[in-house]
Design a protein around this ligand. Structure first.
Ligand code: SF4
Length: 282
């Protein structure tokens, strides 16, 4: 049995078993990334798709993902590889790529505008060892690194990858403790602490997906934007916020997509506190 140090769940994992996220196992009394190098998704994406609006605009980034997640968002946009039954199939079929192979692929696509590697699609930090090893090598070879995360890893894990990370997009999924706890299975305070630490070393942008009837009140967006307005990126500038539109899928099909007018209205409210607010999926 080993206690996992990676996220707030601190699972006790039996030898050879799996943690809650499905991405970590225990071997010899310590936990390790079961999903190390086991790639389910690989694409050369525009950087704006991460989304990162104010980091190397117009460039591309080789985006890699594995499987597993430590949250339980019923509306997950990547449920095939996060926490669904399909994710277990993907876990079996994922092909192995070493950090060297991923870095070589990134270098080969430089002439297509690629600036580096983005760790994304599932929650990358449940397999932080692969992120750390790959990002370190990528940096040594002149590439940039970006992380797209739900921001629920412990500070020690962030400290392991921070030296190699140039940019991050972190979900700030809502701004009430209840929303994080009851709908997503997470902890808002921990995400806020993660973001506060992340802005010390990397260019950070945040994403809030607006779910009708859940996190879409004017009051909540104002409070969220006010808090974000107090953060500063390493260059001293404000942290950009992406406000995105929900579409029904996975376990949340009981409501329609977010009204486009509502997304734009909430973005306008956020602009009362923030210089950089972007809308997405509209
Ligand atoms: S990273 Fe996975 S195994 Fe570790 S504590 Fe979190 S959910 Fe459990």
């Amino acid at each position: 049995m080993a206690k996992c140090p990676v996220c707030f769940r601190h699972c006790n994992i039996e030898e050879g078993g799996l943690g809650f996220c499905g991405g970590r196992t225990a071997e010899g009394g310590i936990t390790k990334a079961y999903n190390y190098g086991r790639i389910t998704s690989l694409a050369l994406d525009p950087i704006e798709k991460k989304p990162l609006a104010r980091f190397c605009p117009g460039s591309y980034i080789l985006s890699v993902g594995s499987f597993g997640c430590n949250l339980r968002c019923p509306f997950c946009q990547n449920y095939e590889i996060s926490w669904s039954e399909e994710a277990k199939v993907f876990a079996k079929e994922a092909r192995y790529l070493s950090p060297e192979e991923v870095v070589d692929l990134a270098l080969e696509t430089r002439d297509r505008g690629n600036i580096g590697i983005a760790f994304t699609y599932n929650e990358p930090l449940i397999g932080y060892e692969f992120v750390r090893d790959t990002a370190k090598l990528a940096k040594e070879r002149g590439l940039k690194n970006a992380l797209v995360s739900n921001g629920t890893a412990e500070p020690d894990i962030l400290a392991e990858i921070a030296p190699y990370m140039d940019a991050m997009n972190i979900d700030l999924k809502g701004f009430t403790d209840e929303y994080y706890r009851d709908l997503l299975g997470g902890n808002r305070r921990q995400v806020m602490d993660f973001i506060t630490k992340a802005v010390e070393t990397a260019h950070v942008e945040l994403t809030t997906l607006i779910i009708p009837g859940e996190n879409d009140s004017e009051e909540e967006i104002r409070e969220l934007a006010q808090w974000v307005g107090g953060l500063r990126n390493p260059d001293g500038d404000q942290v950009p916020l992406h406000i995105t539109r929900f579409f029904p899928q996975f376990h949340m099909t009981d409501r329609g997509p977010t009204d486009v007018k509502k997304v734009y209205h909430l973005a306008d409210l956020a602009r009362e506190y923030l210089k950089y607010v972007y809308v997405g999926n509209c």
